[in-house]
Design a protein. Structure first.
Length: 357
C-alpha cells in the first residue's frame, strides 16, 4: 500500500477530528428519529445565524442528492435549468437532475471562461428560449461555487447572473459542494456569497471538507421549501437516525471549522502551484483560486510520480497531460513539498528530453 499522499480528490480524506468527536458524542443514548432530535431541530437556528437570515435546512447524505432535489424543486413542474458547461449537475451526476425531478428537468449548458457561465450569454440563451414556445421553458439557473476549473465567481458575477434570472422570473440555485473554499477565497460573509447576491436555494457541501457523509439543502426563499419534506422522503434521504447527519453539520460550522479547513486546503493548493511552476515543461490550465491545481505535466514526470505512488485525476485527452491535483483540509506542507521535490527530481534527471507545452 502506498504511503504517498493521495491527491486524486478531496473525497479521499477521512473526517475532521471535530466531526468524529461530535458523532461519538451523538452515539450516546437515544434520540427521536427522523429529525425530531435536538441536533436537527437546532440546525435551523445555527444556519440562520451563519447566513444572517431565517432559512429552512434539510440534511441529506450526498451532494448529488442535494443538487438533484434542488434542481427538481426549481424546475417544477417541468423546465430547463441553465448551468455552466462544466457543472457537476450537468455532466458528473449521471442525469441526477432529470432523475430527481421525475424526468421533468433539463440542464442546458451556458458557455463561459474558466468554468464559469457568462451572464450575457445566459441572457441571450434564455431570451431565445422564451421566444420559442415549443422550447423547454427556462425555470432556473444553477451556479457552481467554486467551479470545476478551480475558480470562483466574484460577488459581482453572481449578482449579474442573479439579475438576469430575476428579470426573467427564474430561480437561482447554487451548487456549493466547495462553498467553503469559495467563501474563504472571496473573504466574504456566507450571506454575501449567497442570498445577498440573489441565491434562492443552496446545496451546502460538507463532505469534501471534513464531514463523513453529510450535506444539506438550504432554502433562503422559504416559500420554495414547501415540497422538500416530501421530495426528500421519497428520495430516500429522510434518514431515521438523522442526528448523525445533523451533528456533523453542527460541528462543521461551529467555531468556523468549515472555513478554517477550506483556507488551509486553498493555501496548500497555492503552495503546490508555486512549487510546480518552477519545473520545466509544466503549465497551468487557468487560475488556482480554490483547493486544486489543473496542470499540464510532461508525461515522463507524471509517469514517474505515479510509479512513486502518487494518485491524480487525469483531465481531457491522454496526450494533453492535464492532471487535477487536489488538496484537502488534512493536506500538510510536507505532503505538498514532497510531491514538488519528487517532480523536480525527475525533471532534473530528464530535463533535456522533456517536451515543453
Amino acid at each position: 500500500m502506498s504511503t504517498k499522499k493521495n491527491f486524486f480528490s478531496d473525497n479521499v480524506t477521512g473526517a475532521a477530528p471535530e466531526i468524529l468527536a461530535a458523532l461519538v458524542a451523538a452515539n450516546a443514548g437515544d434520540a427521536v428519529p427522523y429529525g425530531g432530535d435536538p441536533s436537527t431541530e437546532r440546525l435551523q437556528a445555527r444556519f440562520g445565524a451563519l447566513f444572517e437570515t431565517e432559512v429552512e435546512v434539510f440534511p441529506v447524505g450526498t451532494g448529488t442528492a442535494a443538487n438533484g432535489l434542488c434542481t427538481a424543486t426549481v424546475s417544477a413542474p417541468y423546465g430547463a435549468v441553465y448551468v455552466s458547461d462544466s457543472a457537476h449537475v450537468h455532466d458528473n451526476e449521471c442525469g441526477g437532475a432529470e432523475f430527481w425531478s421525475g424526468g421533468n428537468a433539463r440542464t442546458i449548458p451556458v458557455p463561459g471562461a474558466d468554468g464559469k457561465m457568462s451572464a450575457a450569454k445566459l441572457a441571450g440563451m434564455v431570451d431565445e428560449a422564451l421566444a420559442r414556445p415549443a422550447d423547454v421553458p427556462p425555470r432556473a439557473v444553477s451556479i457552481t461555487q467554486g467551479t470545476e476549473a478551480s475558480t470562483v465567481y466574484t460577488l459581482s458575477e453572481v449578482r449579474a447572473i442573479a439579475e438576469v434570472a430575476r428579470a426573467r422570473r427564474l430561480w437561482v440555485h447554487m451548487d456549493g459542494a466547495r462553498l467553503a473554499n469559495a467563501v474563504a477565497r472571496l473573504a466574504s460573509t456566507p450571506a454575501e456569497a449567497t442570498w445577498k447576491s440573489g441565491v434562492d436555494i443552496l446545496s451546502f457541501g460538507a463532505t469534501k471538507n471534513g464531514s463523513l457523509a453529510a450535506d444539506a439543502v438550504v432554502f433562503f426563499n422559504r416559500e420554495l421549501a414547501a415540497s422538500m419534506r416530501y421530495r426528500r422522503r421519497r428520495a430516500g434521504h429522510h434518514f431515521s437516525k438523522m442526528r448523525f447527519l445533523s451533528v456533523q453539520l453542527e460541528a462543521y460550522i461551529a467555531n468556523d471549522l468549515w472555513l478554517r479547513n477550506a483556507r488551509h486546503a486553498n493555501l496548500m493548493a497555492q503552495r503546490l502551484r508555486d512549487g510546480l511552476a518552477a519545473i520545466p515543461g509544466v503549465s497551468f490550465r487557468g487560475p488556482t483560486e480554490i483547493n486544486f491545481v489543473l496542470a499540464a505535466v510532461p508525461q515522463p514526470i507524471c509517469d514517474e510520480l505515479v510509479a512513486e505512488g502518487y494518485t491524480f485525476l487525469r483531465r481531457g485527452a491522454p496526450n494533453a497531460g492535464v492532471v487535477r491535483i487536489v488538496c484537502s483540509f488534512d493536506t500538510t506542507e510536507k505532503d505538498v513539498d514532497e510531491l514538488v521535490a519528487t517532480a523536480k527530481h525527475y525533471a532534473g534527471v530528464n530535463a533535456q528530453a522533456l517536451p515543453v507545452r
